[in-house]
Write a protein that binds this ligand. Structure first.
Ligand code: UD1
Length: 378
């Protein structure tokens, strides 16, 4: 639960250092930095690890989300998990030693998150984890390892939903360190949805060159190693998408990892009804989600965004670390079974939509709650 603010002494002034690295981190840091900027005695530094480095995976998000340019870029780039994590650690440690932050905030579950948390824990610097407590209970996912380790190391844990608090309690994390604040990714969505929809109305978006009509297309994203690194699985998914595209046109912005794996398959992929395009900007993607008849994904954040938007979502995974999107929201897990994907898509396209609601505290104010707690010395 949120803390009794009045009982906490003020912690100001404070030096806070934020660490981001990959695309889904950017939507989370933007509102937290903006909320903390309201406190004159908070000095903020932004470190980009460079885990994602393509213009359309990083720079475009900084521009559209209004995130200040990073003070430091560690430029780690792509490599194996061990190498990428180790590079972030060895390049981040001198930054912490030099800048001496009072608190380091890490976001989500990417390699940059766990690497920065490890550095801080060893240096005795306080770490806050934004989006703590999520669990898929699937340790074959690299992100699950990152979540487990980061939460063990963090001094303050900000959870998006009650299940996060329950998971942390089960893992022995003292409840005094845990604050249910809501979903910061939704803060960004709430702020930028009107701008995205206005841009769509005004015909400003790159994707509108595809001539998509609201409600008349499905949107797909896939990048999980479990789906795209196995050629047989990826070929099966593409076959199912080709079938679904005979009923409704599909737009598929392709992640760089997936692009590489698809190239190796050597298939005829893009057709007039299944259009593979490069990764697109935040606003483009938000407007496309809002107007989609159906979203098919294996992303974490998109399960949440579709739940908020009330758009049906089929998740091509056996599990989710975001169970409220299934119990309350519009998300259905179809697993890695393509027959289930085809059937579930057919039902949605036939108009079968389940009742759904927006989870508690997904109200656009999670970051304000985080900033209040930090300023009050939580
Ligand atoms: C990472 C995160 C994942 C998140 C995803 C969002 C981890 C373990 N995984 O996965 O949780 O959902 O980001 O996108 O941290 N590449 C480029 N340009 C880029 C970035 C990546 O070409 O700007 C290519 C590289 O060849 C790289 C591959 O994509 O090898 C994978 O990138 P990486 O950051 O290692 O992991 P993601 O699959 O993006």
């Amino acid at each position: 639960m949120t803390a009794p603010l009045l009982l906490c002494p003020s912690a100001l002034p404070l030096k806070i250092l934020h660490v981001v690295g990959a695309r889904p981190n950017f939507m989370k840091v933007a509102p937290v930095m903006a909320a903390l900027a309201q406190y004159a005695d908070v000095k903020q530094t932004l470190v980009h690890t460079g885990q994602h480095y393509d213009v359309n995976m990083s720079d475009v998000f900084f521009q559209q989300l209004g995130i200040p340019a990073p003070d430091v870029n560690l430029e780690v780039g792509s490599s194996s998990h061990a190498q990428q994590t180790a590079q972030v650690m060895s390049r981040f440690e001198p930054v912490v030693l030099e800048r001496k932050p009072d608190l380091v905030l890490v976001y989500g579950d990417v390699n940059s998150t766990v690497a920065a948390a490890l550095v801080c824990a060893k240096l005795g610097v306080r770490v806050g984890h934004v989006e703590a407590g999520l669990r898929s209970f699937d340790r074959t996912m690299p992100e699950e390892i990152n979540r487990l380790v980061t939460d063990q190391l963090a001094d303050i844990l900000f959870t998006p939903s009650e299940d996060g608090n329950a998971n942390l309690a089960r893992e022995g994390i003292p409840s005094e360190k845990v604050y249910l604040v809501g979903n910061v990714m939704i803060d960004t969505l709430v702020r930028l949805l009107p701008i995205a929809l206005e841009g769509w109305r005004a015909g400003k978006f790159q994707v509108q060159d595809l001539e998509v009509e609201p409600g008349q297309y499905a949107l797909v994203t896939l990048h999980r190693p479990s789906n795209v690194d196995d050629p047989a699985m990826l070929a099966g998914i593409m076959e199912a998408l080709a079938d679904i595209s005979q009923r409704i046109p599909i737009i598929f912005p392709v992640h760089p990892r997936t692009r590489q794996r698809l190239a190796a398959l050597n298939l005829q992929l893009s057709t007039s009804s299944l259009q593979l395009i490069d990764p697109i900007s935040y606003l483009d993607f938000l407007a496309l989600q809002r107007h989609a008849a159906l979203v098919i994904t294996d992303s974490g954040g998109i399960q949440e965004e579709t739940t908020y938007l009330g758009v049906p979502c089929l998740t091509v995974r056996e599990n989710t670390e975001r169970p409220v999107t299934v119990t309350l929201g519009t998300n259905q897990l179809v697993g890695r079974d393509m027959a289930r994907l085809r059937q579930a898509a057919a039902r949605i396209l036939a108009g079968e939509v389940r009742p759904h609601q927006i989870p508690p505290l997904w109200d656009g104010k999670a970051s304000e709650r985080i900033a209040e707690l930090i300023a009050a010395g939580c």
